[in-house]
Design a protein. Structure first.
Length: 133
């Protein structure tokens, strides 16, 4: 099976449209290896995200905060990883397909701060906007 891959992402604005997805950045979580920015794992209770390859921009957003707007709320989260839009389906990427070019892959803490119930249909994939904090 082949997947679309991307090296670019849409331009970042004060209200950048994106799809929020769920990721565990903890050791043994579905994020796979340590976060690319700091070679650390991060608790599900910490608001952290991985950005699509284009937005990650060769680590240029590492350790920066972004503001995520969704479900009528907002939350700040720190960029700790890349959601690889160029490669996937291997051990390093937890056998997941490549990310789309408009993905903000977020920890459980981000989802909880946005007030999205775990049992809702929106949990795991939610249309949001984001901006640099």
């Amino acid at each position: 099976m082949s997947y679309d891959t991307y090296t670019c992402s849409p331009p970042v604005s004060s209200s950048t449209p994106a799809t929020l997805t769920f990721n565990s950045f903890q050791e043994g979580g579905d994020g796979g290896a340590e976060s690319e920015c700091d070679t650390q794992f991060h608790s599900d209770d910490t608001p952290v995200v991985a950005l699509s390859t284009g937005w990650f921009n060769n680590k240029q957003r590492c350790s920066n905060s972004i503001t995520i707007y969704g479900n009528g709320k907002s939350v700040q989260a720190m960029v700790v990883d890349e959601c690889d839009s160029t490669m996937g389906c291997d051990a390093e990427h937890a056998y997941q397909p490549p990310c789309a070019n408009n993905t903000v892959d977020a920890s459980k803490a981000v989802w909880e701060a946005l007030g999205v119930p775990e049992e809702s249909d929106d949990w795991g994939k939610l249309e949001i906007t984001w901006s640099d904090a």
